[in-house]
Design a binder for this molecule. Structure first.
Ligand code: EPZ
Length: 434
């Protein structure tokens, strides 16, 4: 059983640098499947979701050469349409991007229904609507998604998304970039990682315009050439360290960020009485006084990110007064609240709304990570708690945070990774301080 052991109650001081964006990397790696040549990708975070996607590409015949832990060269010149490792696909949500990439490259696709964090129903009907509009016949059967084109190629189309969906927007951009003719996506999601995907594809010879707005236009091309691309810093990883500093107190400098991507998080922390100073590519977060209660509603970008909901809740549990959270994106993203209650949190959940009564302080307890961001929230609570907190099932956290323990230890946190609790003291696994 992998777990973190945290001894809380210490403010955080120091600097931390943000890694590449997980939700950009997990779309760009599958998109590399369509490139006839070598894609050199830089600033890819060292996380298990990225590792799994690279392994899937290798099964399809891609050659992956690791230059360093964050840089790799992917050569898909000789990929071929074949069965991919479905056991890996089932584990991650982002495996749905292989539908768009395989259709774009091979004119056919066979993937599993996606896995990923479990917070309510997460259909892929908008993905299927998009692929169907582009001319694919799509069938879901036996836990698999089968897609096939009539003449071996997709054809451009106009697609209105019934729901603002990050995944469907990115999947359709991927597939349409190699379709014949023009595609227009309306009611598209606008997240920064969508712009990053479009920039990656355009640097490889695609013609994607309007990414980051609610209308994206793609003129399909016949082939994509190799090149080099550096992905953007992770907006949610940065927000997680901002929330940790707000909750634990102290002063933290967060480097390698794009402050514009963090505007909604900065605004809410300032409402909470936290000092946030924006630099060119860094943010300083300082908190010494009380935390003020606030209300938060999560929304698609540029609204407050749903992926920051658990983290801001763990900070607001220590606020003076009552805060109200409304989850505007997913049906049920409060599974972790029971774990926070074990540490003394006072939270009532009713559907998509959570009402938080501020408490003096958390008390350490054995808890578990329910999913990626919930796991980060449990760590934040542990950093603030009196006594020791053990967070189990940390494999969820390792899916999306590079060197989480090492970066927190670099800020003075008393946290260790333990892989086998039967042995009292563990060497620090792949942890490099700072
Ligand atoms: C992506 O998930 C991210 N995952 C999630 O990040 C993130 O929470 C989410 O976007 C919202 O920003 C990846 O990028 C791998 P959606 P995705 O499609 O694509 C509904 C993290 O912590 N919907 O934008 O699944 C859906 O149920 C993870 O990094 C449909 O109804 O999110 C949800 O209510 C967690 N039909 C809403 O739309 C569809 O076909 C938004 O989902 C697709 C989605």
């Amino acid at each position: 059983m992998e777990k973190y052991i945290i001894r809380g109650g210490k403010p955080l001081y120091g600097s931390v640098d943000i890694s590449g964006a997980k939700n950009a990397a997990v779309a760009i790696i599958p998109a590399a499947l369509m490139v006839d040549g070598v894609c050199r990708l830089e600033n890819i975070p060292q996380i298990s979701d990225a590792d799994m996607l690279l392994t899937i590409l290798e099964h399809l015949g891609a050659r992956v050469k690791m230059i360093n832990k964050n840089t790799m060269e992917i050569d898909c010149t000789h990929v071929r349409y074949t069965d991919a490792p479905y056991d890996l696909m089932r584990k991650i949500r982002a495996s749905y991007y292989l539908i768009g990439a395989m259709l774009g490259r091979f004119g056919a696709a066979k993937t599993t229904m996606p896995g990923g964090c479990n917070f309510g129903v997460r259909p892929i009907d908008q993905h299927i609507k998009g692929m169907t509009a582009l001319g694919a016949e799509v069938e879901v059967a036996g836990g698999f998604v089968y897609a096939e084109t009539q003449d071996g190629r997709l054809h451009g189309s106009r697609i209105y998304l019934d729901k603002v969906s990050v995944g469907a927007t990115m999947n359709i951009i991927i597939a349409a970039s190699m379709a014949k003719g023009r595609t227009i996506i309306e009611n598209a999601a606008r997240e920064p990682h969508i712009v990053d995907l479009a920039n990656f594809l355009n640097s490889m010879g695609a013609d994607v315009r309007g990414a980051g707005t609610d209308t994206v236009k793609i003129n399909g091309v016949d082939s994509l050439h190799g090149g080099t691309y550096t992905i953007i810093p992770d907006q949610i990883e940065a927000g997680t360290y901002m929330a940790a500093a707000a909750a634990a107190g102290g002063e933290v400098r967060i480097g390698n960020v794009i402050p514009r991507h963090l505007e909604s998080i900065t605004a809410k922390l300032r409402e909470m009485g936290v000092t946030v100073i924006e630099g060119e590519d860094s943010i300083i977060v300082r908190r010494s006084g009380p935390i003020r209660r606030i209300n938060v509603k999560t929304m698609p970008y540029p609204g407050f990110p749903t992926d920051m909901q658990p983290q801001i809740v763990s900070a607001l549990c220590l606020a003076n007064g009552t805060s109200v959270i409304t989850e505007g994106v997913f049906d049920n993203r409060y599974k972790y609240v029971n774990e926070l209650r074990k540490m003394g949190a006072q939270i009532q959940v009713d559907g998509r709304t959570a009402v938080i009564e501020g408490i003096e302080k958390y008390s350490g307890a054995p808890v578990a990570a329910c999913d990626l961001r919930a796991g980060a929230a449990m760590v934040i609570a542990g950093l603030c708690a009196e006594g020791e907190t053990q967070v189990e099932d940390v494999h969820y956290i390792e899916r999306g945070y590079e060197n989480f323990v090492g970066k927190l230890r670099g800020l003075g946190a008393d946290i260790v990774y333990v892989s086998d609790p039967d042995e009292p003291e563990q060497t620090l696994k792949n942890v490099n301080i700072g």
